[in-house]
Each structure stands twice: as structure tokens, then as C-alpha cells.
Write a protein that binds this ligand. Structure first.
Ligand code: GRF
Length: 209
């Protein structure tokens, strides 16, 4: 990050439709995340809907296929892409791969994820997509929500930065609950990214002084 251009290069890692990615891009475009520039979108699947959405915004995309690729080769390629684009912070947005230890180390405290539940409840391996909402309904919880957290070596485990509770309504299906939560995800993630980047820029300025 240069002194004159105080925007952090952010990469978004995706595996699916990319509605959270879209919300982040829209927020940056609208000026609500003044210290971030979405510089790269990486997908581990060639058919991820997020890719065409990113391209429509003129954002660079890379497909690094994970299926059938040895994990070390896959992870190395992701790290190389992040380095090539001089990425400073990473947002996982519906990214279904575990981030390697090398990437967690290189971007220590600078990888964010959004999860559709109130962590630490309903997180961890296998807790993604409809599995999360099914488990919440099955347990009879009256409240769920979404969480933005820092990423460490375990799934859905790093420090929670912000949460938004969402009611579980009588008669909710996993789909209706997911839809209600997703609307909140689209507001929470950009707001947290904005605050995160502002703090990172401020702490770098201080250490430059
Ligand atoms: C979201 O529910 C998010 O919380 C989870 O994966 C889903 C991704 O949806 N990590 P989208 O691809 O952003 O639409």
C-alpha cells in the first residue's frame, strides 16, 4: 500500500454463486468501503456463477480447479495468485475449500469469512449451506444469524468480528431461513470489511510515522 493510494488490495475466494462477493463489490463501488479495492476473484470451480458476476464488474478472475488436483499443488497456486496481485486482505465468500496453513500464516489476521449461523454454534467441517439451517431448525432454535470472523487453521473457528441475529420463524424451511439470513449477510460483510480495512490502514499509518 503506498502513501498516496491508501486502498488495500483485496481478493475474494469463491466456490458458488457469489451473492456475498457481489455485495462486497457493490459496496466498494458505492464508496462504502473506501480503503479497499477488489483486485482479484479466485474460484476453485470453473462453473462458479461468481466468475461471470466478477467479470461483469471488470474484476480480474482466476480459476484454480481443486477437484482432481493434489491439495498442496492447489494451495500453492492460490498463494502464488494472491502474491502476484499483491493482495493484502482476503475475503472468503462461499468458498468451500480449507485455506492452507501457508496462506493463513502469510495473511495472518487478514483473512475474513462469513458464515450463516451464530458461531461458535453450527460451525466446523460439514457445516455449510443447507446443512447449517437444517441443524438449526432440527434443534428447535428460535434464533440464528450470520457471523463474520477471522480465518485460522480450523473451519469457522477464528475470532468473531461481528454477528447479526436473525429470528427463526415457525414453519421456516432451511431455504426460507437461508434466504432471510443471506439478506443480512449482504449488509454485514461489507460493513465489517469497511471497518477492518480502515483499522488496518490506520495501524499501518501509525507504524509508518
Ligand atoms: C453464504 O451463506 C455464506 O455465509 C456461506 O456460503 C454462502 C455463500 O453464498 N459461507 P454466496 O455464494 O455468497 O451467494
Amino acid at each position: 500500500m503506498s502513501d498516496t493510494q491508501s486502498r488495500l488490495g483485496v481478493a475474494i475466494l469463491v466456490s458458488g454463486g457469489g451473492s456475498n462477493m457481489e455485495a462486497l463489490i457493490q459496496a466498494v463501488k458505492a464508496g462504502s468501503v473506501p480503503h479497499a479495492e477488489i483486485a482479484l476473484v479466485i474460484s476453485n470451480r470453473a462453473d462458479a456463477g461468481a466468475l461471470s458476476r466478477a467479470k461483469a464488474h471488470g474484476i480480474a478472475t482466476q480459476v484454480i480447479v481443486s477437484k482432481g488436483t493434489p491439495d498442496d499443488v492447489f494451495q500453492e497456486a492460490v498463494l502464488k495468485a494472491l502474491e502476484e496481485y499483491r493482495i493484502e486482505a482476503v475475503c472468503l465468500a462461499g468458498y468451500l475449500k480449507k485455506v492452507s496453513h501457508a496462506i493463513v500464516q502469510k495473511f495472518h489476521g487478514r483473512i475474513l469469512n462469513i458464515h450463516p449461523a451464530l458461531l461458535p454454534k453450527y460451525g466446523g467441517a460439514g457445516m455449510y449451506g443447507h446443512f447449517v439451517h437444517e441443524a438449526v431448525i432440527q434443534a428447535g432454535d428460535t434464533e440464528s444469524g450470520c457471523s463474520v470472523h477471522l480465518v485460522d487453521d480450523e473451519f469457522d473457528h477464528g475470532r468473531v468480528l461481528a454477528q447479526k441475529p436473525v429470528p427463526v420463524l415457525p414453519g421456516d424451511s432451511p431455504e426460507s431461513l437461508a434466504e432471510r439470513i443471506l439478506k443480512e449477510e449482504h449488509k454485514l460483510y461489507p460493513a465489517v470489511l469497511a471497518q477492518f480495512c480502515e483499522q488496518l490502514v490506520a495501524s499501518r499509518r501509525e507504524s509508518d510515522d
